[in-house]
Ligand binder design. Structure first.
Ligand SMILES: [Zn+2]
Length: 485
């Protein structure tokens, strides 16, 4: 539903933007993050554990037995790593009478013993940072051998890093390049979370800031997050390195940015704040962390802004026990799920929580980052018998190259309506000053913009469908954007 809007330039936008977006990335994997109960066979104690996942590069390694953290070591089912992490080339055997666990890879044989840190690698003794354990997965009524992922990967010549956002241990082959501090893979993939590709890469010859790494800090302990809502890049380093990172002798700043260090929950954060929203590239080598920034349009090839309609105190349309603001947010989170797995696009979201960004904050974000597409997600409302899918645009609105708002709306409507299979209400040109009036996010955006009204919240059948099919609707919007290129 679109309310009639009077648009004014109100508050300092930077203030609005800084306060609006507080969302952290939403975790989208099915199993990780959920709690489950395990009983340790050696202590007979039962624990509620938060599930973590194992991934080969960006692909989830399927496992009936979730991983979990035990005294800060990530433990994974050895059986499933070998069985489903095929590309890792691991084999696994367990001898229940000797309690020996044998894992092999590429000419290396690691023999471990349950509940012991002592192991052998190709017959020579070696020490594990954490002993393998046997646990009973209560809901499955089965025992599993759990091995410490990082230490086993290291012994068998694999790379391992931890991704907090995905709650996943990332296993990769030694040849796979992991020069960036983010979890980006060089190859875009359709099935896993990746960071957007950048046109510019931070390096020893091209950086805005160079920060010396503390000795002994592994590259995998450093991750970065584009906290665009706060106009900053946040580097997250496992451990307390406040003294090191606070010392000004450990950094060289070439382009102006504000540098600050904080510490929370076992992590040191380096906050690199810029005067406006920037795109960032981060590279880590054995000595330094390099970060370079540039305007988003200089940094990214394809920039999208996705807007979940309404939010916070503005519930939008209400009907059949549903609020428009919640449905639009659920759909946008699904859109994000797909974009998180596609490195070709940089996507900014006007909101990822139940907050109300002003209309001007929404289109200003799109204009400031130089977005190439703007997509707003809404749900219609009228009478109980009103029905159908429609998409709005503004005929005199912004364009991206030859793509008009109408052009984008045509594609979005087609993808959306063929998914919902609701009555096709077609496109609506929303002209300011005429009835039913303009729509701020279509009137003031400088790029091709469209607004999808998925269906009617006041129609019981459509409301039920929308509530139960946010994933399919999200995918339809995502496909609409992709098809527009
Ligand atoms: Zn609406």
């Amino acid at each position: 539903m679109i309310k009639k809007q009077i648009i004014g330039y109100t508050l300092a936008l930077s203030l609005i933007l800084a306060s609006l977006f507080t969302a952290k990335p939403v975790f989208a994997d099915i199993s990780a993050g959920k709690y489950f109960n395990v009983k340790y066979t050696h202590t007979k104690k039962t624990y509620s554990k938060k599930a973590i996942a194992a991934r080969y590069q960006n692909t989830l390694i399927k496992s009936t037995m979730p991983g979990f953290v035990d005294s800060s070591y990530s433990m994974y089912s050895a059986y499933y790593l070998a069985k489903n992490g095929k590309k890792l080339g691991l084999t696994y055997k367990y001898n229940s009478s000797t309690k020996k666990i044998t894992m092999k890879r590429s000419g290396k044989t690691l023999v471990m013993t349950l509940n012991s840190k002592k192991a052998t690698l190709n017959g020579k003794s070696t020490t594990l940072s954490k002993a393998p354990i046997k646990v009973y997965f209560i809901s499955k009524k089965k025992n599993y051998i759990m091995i410490p992922g990082a230490t086993v990967a290291g012994k068998l010549g694999l790379k391992y890093s931890w991704n907090q956002r995905l709650l996943s241990g990332i296993f990769s082959l030694p040849s796979a390049s992991t020069t960036t501090a983010t979890t980006a893979s060089k190859t875009p993939t359709s099935s896993a979370v990746v960071a957007p590709k950048t046109k510019i890469t931070a390096s020893s010859s091209n950086y805005s800031i160079r920060i010396k790494k503390p000795s002994g800090l592994s590259n995998s302990s450093i991750t970065s997050e584009d906290d665009y809502n706060n106009k900053r890049l946040q580097l997250k380093i496992k451990g307390d390195y406040r003294t090191h990172f606070t010392s000004s002798s450990n950094r060289t700043i070439r382009n102006s940015l504000s540098y600050s260090v904080s510490y929370q929950g076992g992590y040191t954060y380096i906050n690199l704040k810029t005067s406006s929203i920037k795109g960032f590239s981060t590279t880590v080598n054995s000595t330094y962390i390099y970060v370079t920034y540039a305007a988003p349009t200089s940094m990214y090839q394809k920039i999208i802004v996705v807007d979940a309609g309404h939010g916070g105190t503005d519930s939008g349309a209400v009907g059949n026990g549903l609020y428009e603001k919640n449905l639009t947010l659920s759909i946008v989170k699904q859109i994000k799920y797909y974009f998180d797995r596609n490195a070709n696009y940089k996507v900014y979201y006007t909101r990822l929580t139940d907050t109300y960004p002003s209309l001007s904050a929404r289109y200003t974000l799109a204009n400031n980052v130089g977005a190439h597409r703007f997509l707003s997600v809404h749900i219609n409302s009228a009478t109980a018998s009103s029905k159908g899918t429609e998409t709005l645009y503004y005929s005199k609105g912004g364009k991206t190259g030859t793509l008009t708002g109408k052009g984008l709306a045509t594609i979005v409507q087609s993808k959306l309506q063929s998914t919902t299979k609701f009555t096709n209400r077609g496109l609506q040109d929303r002209i300011p000053g005429k009835n039913p009036g303009g729509v701020a996010v279509l009137t003031y955006t400088k790029m091709a913009a469209s607004l999808g009204e998925v269906g009617f919240i006041t129609n019981k059948t459509e409301a039920t469908y929308m509530k139960n099919n946010t994933a399919a609707i999200g995918k339809a919007f995502y496909n609409g954007i992709l098809s527009s290129y």
